[in-house]
Design a protein around this ligand. Structure first.
Ligand code: ADP
Ligand code: ASP
Ligand code: MG
Length: 474
């Protein structure tokens, strides 16, 4: 019997310094005693931001900034190599790091020349961070006596060509990933795969969206039929609220796939929003654990999470906008207008995070990410051009100064009066509720409030649900 297969993902902070890379390698080496291990790693923290910033500076024509950033990227990875890689391997490793950064530099300088930043070239360039970090992590494992090999996930994950937010094609990925990784695993070599990136069937490089290394790890876990996925990060697990907003947030020992997916979708950065989808059918369990405190139990995500009443966690999305559409006359069908608006959003490939409708006034509003407002507006104006031109529909209104707060928990459906309590808690802080939505699954209650009152709303609901205290009262 082969050992069970474990995919381990290390996030940006977990490979963010030579010391962290060493810890990550130790954790992988330790797990390799009991499992066949595939590691997936993010870029060192802040590197992806720097890579993207460099390309923006290129488009802007700022040569000095581009060159300074290129030097900073080289220095950071060379310094890490000097600490992590034994001297006999260093020339080869440094040559590889230089080669990767030279290739990236050519793309950045090309943008400088053309004053253009095509999404396809951005995707090719931006996964350089993961290519660099995986070289360092694989070498660190080798230095610790664990045979390891850095693998570019462009060779493993097949995606569509939506640059910047590509989706995996699972059958093709399964074939490619097992053909490439199977022999390594059979030979006892630990693959260290890049997070964040893939390639189309024709081999054009793509990325899966910011924070997408979690998703990469889940895609590979599903494609390889892994027994478990462990996501190593910089907090003790999934907490009842964002620790940057809520000082007494607690670690949740267990959450369900549905809860974790809702939390991720509604802004809990600890998991990329698409992470869980590939794992649910196969019921592959996920653990979220702290690289810097590995002895902590972490959070287990699976199909069930024990009997529990009430809200499990609170999360929020600050960068969202509310788009309101209203028919001029009540003789027009608001429902029809809404269905056309939704179709327009789908065509623009924009996620509608929430939808709320008043049937009497024939108006409705939809919540989208602020970054996607322009795309959805263009599509809406196209769809409703006739009505807007003839004044059958009021001019579309957009409110950028809102935020979404969401209470999530499977147990909410068994807790009568919960919604009322949440709204009371919010209004006791004089926070104005702009819109409300509760899916029929009753897994999430979402409330739109003013952006400057968002954190207060999160704290009010967290406290009302007793999530921060030792005793669960919600
Ligand atoms: P990584 O680089 O390891 O992927 P991220 O920064 O993407 O890490 O995600 C971890 C961060 O998510 C934490 O440091 C924390 O600030 C934030 N976070 C937001 N909401 C939550 C939550 N409910 N539970 C845990 N962490 C959260
Ligand atoms: N490095 C990528 C990012 O910063 C992917 C990730 O960290 O998950 O978005
Ligand atoms: Mg992340």
């Amino acid at each position: 019997m082969p050992k069970p297969l474990l995919v381990m993902k290390f996030g940006g902070t977990s490979v963010g310094s030579p010391e962290a890379v060493r810890r990550a390698a130790e954790l992988a080496a330790h797990a390799a005693a009991d499992f066949r291990v595939v590691v997936v790693a993010s870029a060192m923290s802040k590197v992806t931001d720097l890579l993207l910033d460099t390309l923006e500076q290129g488009e802007r024509g700022d040569e000095t900034a581009v060159e300074a950033n290129l030097q900073a990227l080289l220095d950071k990875h060379m310094a890490a190599s000097a600490e992590l890689v034994p001297s006999e391997r260093r020339p080869a490793v440094e040559a590889r790091l230089r080669e990767l950064l030279d290739r990236y530099g050519r793309i950045a300088r090309g943008m400088l020349l053309l004053r253009e930043r095509p999404p396809r070239s951005v995707d090719e360039a931006v996964s350089t961070g993961e290519k660099l970090s995986t070289v360092l992590l694989a070498e660190t494992l080798e230095a610790a006596g664990v045979p390891a090999q850095a693998v570019d996930s462009a060779e493993l994950i097949v995606t569509d060509d939506l640059f910047g937010s590509a989706s995996p094609l699972m059958e093709e990925t399964r074939a490619k990933a097992s053909a490439r990784l199977g022999p390594l695993l059979a030979d006892g070599v630990l693959p260290v795969a890049t997070g964040f990136n893939g390639a189309t069937a024709k081999g054009v490089p793509t990325t899966l969206g910011r924070g997408g290394s979690d998703f990469s790890a889940a895609i590979l876990a599903a494609a390889l039929d892994a027994d478990q996925l462990w996501i190593w990060t910089d907090v003790d697990g999934i907490l009842t609220g964002d620790p940057r907003v809520i000082s007494d947030a607690r670690v949740l020992p267990e959450v369900t796939y549905n809860e974790a997916a809702e939390l991720a979708y509604a802004g809990a950065k600890v998991l990329h929003q698409r992470t869980l989808a590939p794992l649910i059918d196969k019921e592959i369990p996920v653990w979220i654990k702290n690289t810097f405190r590995p002895e902590r139990p972490g959070t287990r995500i699976g199909p069930h999470a024990g009997e529990r009443m009430g809200v499990r966690a609170i999360t929020s999305l600050p960068k969202v906008s509310l788009i309101s559409i209203e028919a001029v006359s009540f003789t027009q069908s608001g429902a029809q207008l809404m269905s056309r608006a939704l179709a327009a959003a789908v065509r623009a490939k924009v996620d509608v995070l929430m939808l709320s409708r008043s049937s009497f006034r024939q108006n409705f509003c939809m919540l989208v990410r602020t970054a996607e407002v322009e795309a959805v507006l263009e599509s809406l104006r196209d769809e409703l051009a006739l009505e807007l031109d003839h004044g059958y529909v009021h001019p579309i209104e957009i409110d950028h100064s809102v935020g979404l707060v969401a209470a999530v928990g499977e147990g909410m459906r068994g807790t009568p009066g919960l919604a009322g309590r949440l709204f009371t808690a919010i209004s006791q802080h004089s926070i104005n509720i702009i819109a409300i939505a509760q899916g029929s699954s009753e897994l999430t209650i979402a409330v739109v409030v003013r952006q400057d009152q968002l954190e207060e709303a999160v704290r009010a609901i967290h406290s009302e649900c007793g999530l921060g205290s030792a005793v669960d009262v919600a």
